[in-house]
Design a protein around this ligand. Structure first.
Ligand code: NAD
Length: 295
């Protein structure tokens, strides 16, 4: 079986790496939070390693990090001693983080010069689906052989796999999905804020939306479970969602596409992040915006 190096065992990486270890893969983990990596190793018969030397023997390196810049740094820091310099030719890197697609293409070029493959394979489904191994995985790659190598590994973590195009297309798809999701959350928040001021019940509004055309992922799974009860614990940070919306906005700009709603969402999520703090759950943007509105 392929030897897996897993970098970044946060909210998402932990259950994803756990599923790989439980499927019988030899998993070596690295996280800048060394105590977390040690806990993981103890629970799942994995190995907590130092970077880069501890991952040099990996056949497949999976990154699940906050953003693409951190992924690039993790691979290239140390120059001649970096992880990308130490990996054997033929190894494949799978970036499952939500990274910027232009950066992914650049990184792919650097890795290809060393005969290392790159597949971008970001995910949706959140922590719940990461735990059950039922993530949606949208992957992009220019190298079909690299894809063949990693598909069995992706199938352990995901239930719905989509080949979405060449290198970077997975990351573009992911950012655009999160833009759409972020807009439905913002629109639902505004509707509830206006409706409750008029005298409607927020609970009833969500019930009606859920059997009407306004239904969306957040009316279905987030508003009652995390917002209206004050829990705010979906497990996805505002800072990460604001980053994703920015990636989508940057992509639109790079492609010279006018996307006014996208830029409005970029501003709104930046505001929410600044008001509540980057590490707060994204659902707490509801508080940022309704408080700003005097509610
Ligand atoms: P997280 O902040 O919980 O986890 C990130 C982990 O990376 C942390 O454990 C952190 O210590 C570690 N880390 C940071 N810098 C590092 C470095 N240089 N080297 C090694 N480890 C490092 O984030 P998350 O929620 O798990 O998200 C990870 C990625 O997945 C992000 O790109 C995010 O946008 C994306 N994502 C998250 C969700 C979600 O619901 N949380 C869903 C889909 C995609």
């Amino acid at each position: 079986m392929e030897r897996i190096g897993f970098i970044g065992i946060g909210h998402m990486g932990w259950p994803m790496a756990a599923n790989l270890a439980q499927a019988g893969y030899h998993v070596s983990v690295f996280d800048t939070d060394a105590a977390r990596a040690a806990d993981f190793a103890a629970q799942f018969q994995a190995v907590a390693v130092e970077m880069p030397v501890g991952l040099a023997q990996a056949d497949i390196v999976i990154t699940m990090l906050p953003n693409g810049q951190i992924v690039q740094d993790a691979l290239s820091q140390g120059g001649a001693e970096s992880l990308m310099a130490r990996l054997a030719p033929g190894a494949v890197v799978v970036d499952m983080s939500s990274s910027a697609p232009m950066g992914t293409r650049q990184l792919g070029g650097e890795l290809a010069r060393r005969n290392i493959g790159l597949v971008d394979a970001p995910v949706s489904g959140g922590v719940a689906r990461a735990q059950t191994g039922e993530l949606t995985i949208m992957y992009g790659a220019d190298d079909p052989q690299a894809v063949q190598r990693v598909l069995p590994v992706l199938n352990v973590m995901g239930a719905k796999l989509f080949s979405v195009g060449g290198l970077g297309c997975g990351h573009a798809m992911k950012a655009l999905n999160n833009y759409v999701a972020s807009a439905t959350f913002a629109a639902t928040t505004e509707a509830l804020d206006v409706g409750t001021k008029f005298g409607l019940s927020a609970d009833v509004m969500v019930d009606v939306l859920n059997v009407s055309t306004g239904r969306n992922f957040h009316t279905d799974l987030v508003f009652k479970q995390h917002v209206l009860n004050g829990k705010f614990g979906v497990g996805f940070a505002i800072g990460l969602l604001a980053k994703d919306v920015r990636i989508a906005a940057d992509l639109a700009e790079a492609l010279h596409k006018t996307a006014p709603l996208l830029h409005l969402m970029e501003d709104r999520w930046d505001q929410a992040r600044d008001a509540r703090g980057a590490t707060q759950d994204f659902s707490a943007a509801y508080l940022a915006w309704t408080e700003q509105n005097g509610s």
